[in-house]
Design a protein around this ligand. Structure first.
Ligand code: HEC
Ligand code: HEC
Length: 410
């Protein structure tokens, strides 16, 4: 082991204190760093959505995502809040459609790697989550009848729908068309992923033992990374390549909405209630996975008091572009987020909350290093996206068979 590590001695913790700029990582730290990759993760189809990966579904889903006519007032689309140029969020505290919603708009990047959807986990598939804003009176304020009518009346949308599903929207019930629209939008959102970042290049260099490549990673970021995986305890929740365990925690962020003590965001507790009551969860009739292998066992979920105030651990990929932060958007910058962890109001963590959280008491220098590290989780350029104004040729139905060319095929 030692012999093999000679060329990369500093990577494995053998002291090279006189080499400027080198921050050492011991074996344990090294393996924790490696656990945050490799990136990107491979694509696996969503078995609960039969059009996952289908190129026609992606095209049509993209159109519908930006189609304001899905809302009866003709004024709001998904793209009103999930704005491509803003990393698929909106840069404001809380999203605004027909009215202001209770939460901050999360990014849609890397959505296909999530297990629960919405910040309270009220949906267990990307397609069912995509249906919720359509019918929410504060968002698109639409309904199944309006959505189905719109698709049936527009010849091009009808044609594309038929190409994807093998039947025209006229042959489907209003509700089935609404579910179809959710699945089309999900297929589109599955294509939104972040690229390799400076952190990934460092992580891969560590894995290869490539000292020259690893040396390009800034010193501040290296110090911040050491805190992230060490005394900061951040990587106990922000785990793996996504920098999220995909689960729910109460980290002491205020749950009060609009400063009105009677309006409280119950987080995961209410999310479980909504998920179990939904006809569109994976136990319901619209899950396309006939053997139900994709159905997360939600039947044993119970909305218990301990879930009160828990929110989904956000992925930290592209975190420099997702502000303002937290489920309610109350923190403006990454420095504010780190001050939250430094000063942590333990009274807000109810009994049974995660004992892994205590006020971190970071120094200003440590905060700056952690921010420098977090900024290396950003891509330095926007990922390729053709833009919502792209032109695609008019739809022609060659025959009735469903063409299902796979977008992700190598
Ligand atoms: C009014 C602004 C607004 C509009 C319009 C909107 N969203 Fe969202 N979106 C949000 C907010 C806020 C959340 C967080 C919701 C929650 O936690 O309950 C969210 C959550 C999501 C999520 C889950 C993200 C996660 O991390 O789990 C997906 C997927 C999504 N939206 C897709 C869509 C689609 C598809 C549409 C159009 C049908 C849409 N959104 C319309 C603001 C909006
Ligand atoms: C106990 C689990 C846990 C630990 C430990 C933890 N986090 Fe978090 N983190 C969360 C959850 C949950 C949220 C979302 C809270 C909310 O929305 O109210 C969050 C939110 C964030 C956000 C805001 C992201 C966004 O898009 O809104 C950042 C940045 C962040 N954490 C970084 C860190 C850092 C850095 C550390 C270590 C100092 C850390 N976290 C430790 C669970 C954790």
């Amino acid at each position: 082991m030692i012999a093999a590590a000679v060329g990369t001695a500093w990577l494995t913790g053998v002291t090279q204190a006189d080499e400027p700029g080198v921050i050492e990582f011991d074996e344990g730290e090294r393996s924790r760093i490696l656990s945050h990759g490799p990136w990107p993760l491979p694509w696996t189809p969503d078995r609960s959505n039969r059009v996952s990966g289908n190129v026609h579904a992606i095209d049509l889903g993209e159109r519908l995502f930006f189609d304001e006519k899905l809302s009866p007032k003709g004024n709001v689309s998904c793209g009103s809040c999930h704005i491509a140029e803003y990393n698929w969020t909106d840069g404001v505290k809380r999203g605004v459609g027909q009215a202001m919603v209770d939460r901050n708009t999360p990014t849609l990047m890397n959505m296909r790697h999530h297990r629960w959807f919405a910040l309270d986990g009220a949906a267990d598939s990307l397609w069912s989550q995509s249906m919720r804003p359509i019918v929410d009176p504060r968002e698109l304020a639409s309904n199944a009848a309006h959505v189905a009518k719109h698709l049936r009346q527009d010849a091009d949308l009808s044609c594309r729908y038929e190409k994807t599903f093998g039947a025209s929207p006229a042959a489907h019930s209003d509700e089935a068309v609404l579910v179809g629209v959710g699945k089309l939008m999900a297929a589109f959102q599955e294509t939104l992923t972040t690229d390799v970042t400076p952190f990934d290049m460092f992580r891969d260099a560590l894995a290869r033992g490539d000292q020259a490549a690893a040396a390009l990673y800034p010193r501040e970021a290296r110090r911040g990374l050491k805190i992230f995986i060490g005394k900061g305890n951040c990587s106990t929740c922000h785990t793996g390549p996504m920098f999220s365990n995909g689960e729910f925690h109460n980290i002491g962020v205020s749950q009060v909405i609009d400063g009105d003590a009677k309006k409280v965001d119950g987080g995961r507790r209410d999310g479980i209630r909504k998920l179990m009551a939904s006809k569109f969860n994976l136990l319901g009739p619209y899950n396309d996975d006939t053997n139900r292998a994709s159905a997360v066992q939600i039947s044993h979920l119970k909305p218990e008091q301990r879930h009160f105030g828990e929110f989904k651990t956000p992925s930290l990929r592209n975190v420099g572009y997702t502000g303002p932060y937290m489920h309610n958007g109350e923190l403006h910058t990454l420095e504010h987020v780190l001050n939250h962890y430094t000063e942590l109001d333990v009274k807000r963590l109810h009994a049974g909350g995660p004992s892994m959280l205590k006020p971190l008491r970071l120094t200003n220098a440590e905060t700056a290093d952690l921010v420098a590290f977090l900024q290396t989780l950003n891509m330095d350029r926007a990922p390729p996206w053709r833009g919502k104004e792209y032109a695609i040729p008019p739809c022609v139905l060659k025959d009735k068979t469903v063409e299902s060319e796979n977008y992700f095929a190598p």
